[in-house]
Design a protein around this ligand. Structure first.
Ligand SMILES: *Cc1c(COP(=O)(O)O)cnc(C)c1O
Length: 413
């Protein structure tokens, strides 16, 4: 209890960035759990430990708390309370949406469409379906990571059951026009699933504004706990479960509902939505000053279109330096790297999709800002990055010999 109190006392100024000596710039990979979320979860780890599926008082209290959390999610994001299913995270929500819908589809509806820059949990799930006889179209993206709606229209066939396209990309921050995608899908009688994991808390998101039939998101990307997420399944969607063995979550997900995590997810969403207008403006400001400062360096480009973009993401290609050399020279910062070269450890299918013909992919850095990011830290990173790149280009120049093959930007079916 003392620990929690101490945590809460200093929460207003330090908890988001207090861990370790590094400045954290990897908020798109995960976020710390907000102490207000931890506090809301506390009783449900200890005294309120009942199994929400049990019919005694302990169980009823837990069930009531879970139903309140579900109501809160529906109130904030829209949809009916009964249309929200708790999962172990966005990965499971994505897999449940895609496999669940395809397994329930009629015999003549075995085709699905995704975008080349989707999260791996979407892409790999679809590829596993191809091995079981389903037909997949992977839509290429434009060089700035945007989507051609005409190409989407052309790809829809009479056999198409489902389209899965994300709201905002986790590597390049590009925001896709999901409402337009939904309109196209519905005009052709096709269901739409969208992964809204990176969008929630950064841009306005709701069931009605997206128009999707299935929507995934995750707790740990919005300052909530790890191991919990949710899937919106519109009541008209026919879907099969992944997990069998119990009638929990309307039979769609067997297993005891993790009560504290459900409470934490709803609380995190509530806080994220409350903070969003102001926080998104602040993050966009930090993004702006970072890119402005970087003008002092030559030989780099911003990946992903500059205006349809999350406020917390910067993704840049830097010429003339090797990515592991670069990361090793920046030990004071927690950053994420990516490469479009499939032979490299940091291979990114997203960057490869932006420029499929490039035989000399540059070094790529993803920098993501969050609640703990200060203006001072942003300048610190920008200045150190400029210094390190300029030094490495002289001492350990890279580029010119790294030729690699990536997949071509054709529609693959
Ligand atoms: C992080 C992330 C996921 C996976 O979420 P988990 O809850 O960790 O399974 C899925 N999609 C996107 C876009 C993400 O950023």
């Amino acid at each position: 209890m003392h620990l929690i109190k101490a945590l809460l006392l200093c929460s207003s100024f330090c908890f988001y960035c207090s861990a370790g000596a590094q400045d954290y710039f990897d908020y798109q990979s995960t976020t710390p759990c907000d102490p207000r979320v931890v506090k809301a979860m506390m009783p449900y780890w200890t005294t309120e430990f009942g199994n929400p599926h049990a019919s005694h008082a302990f169980g009823e209290r837990a069930a009531f708390a879970v139903s309140e959390a579900r109501q809160k999610i529906a109130r904030i994001l829209g949809g009916k309370t009964t249309e929200w299913i708790f999962t172990s995270g966005a990965t499971e929500a994505n897999v449940l949406a895609i496999c669940g819908v395809m397994h329930a589809a009629p015999q003549n509806k075995k085709h699905l469409i995704v975008c080349a820059t989707e999260h791996k949990s979407v892409l790999e799930t679809c590829k596993s379906l191809v091995r079981r006889g389903y037909v997949l179209t992977i839509l290429p993206v434009n060089q700035d990571g945007s989507l051609s709606l005409d190409l989407l229209k052309q790809s829809i066939r009479p056999e198409t059951m489902l389209v899965s396209i994300m709201v905002a990309n986790n590597e390049i921050g590009v925001i896709l026009p999901i409402a337009c995608v939904a309109e196209i899908c519905h005009k052709h009688g096709v269901l739409l699933h969208t992964d809204a994991t990176q969008a929630i808390g950064n841009i306005p998101v709701s069931v009605s504004s997206l128009g999707a039939d299935l929507i995934s998101f995750s707790g740990h990307k919005i300052y909530g706990p790890k191991g919990i997420g949710a899937l919106y399944v519109a009541s008209h969607v026919k879907i099969r479960p992944l997990l069998y063995g119990g009638l929990q979550e309307k039979g769609l997900r067997a297993g005891t509902v993790p009560v504290p995590l459900c409470i934490g997810l709803a609380k995190a969403l509530e806080i994220a939505e409350e903070m969003r207008p102001q926080e998104a403006r602040r993050l966009a400001f930090l993004q702006g000053i970072f890119l402005q400062r970087l003008q002092r360096l030559k030989g780099w480009r911003l990946n992903g279109c500059p205006n349809q973009r999350l406020p917390n993401n910067v993704n840049i290609s830097i010429d003339g330096v090797d990515s592991s050399d670069l990361l090793m020279s920046l030990p004071d910062f927690a950053l994420s790297t990516g490469s479009a070269c499939s032979s490299e450890a940091h291979f990114s299918h997203v960057l490869a999709a932006l420029d499929p013909d490039n035989i000399m992919p540059p070094t790529v850095l993803r920098i993501s800002f969050g609640r703990g990011t200060t203006e001072a830290a942003v300048y610190r990173l920008a200045d150190r990055l400029i210094e390190v790149v300029q030094t490495l280009r002289i001492t350990k120049p890279a580029g010119g010999k790294r030729i690699c093959k990536t997949t071509k930007g054709k529609i693959r079916s």
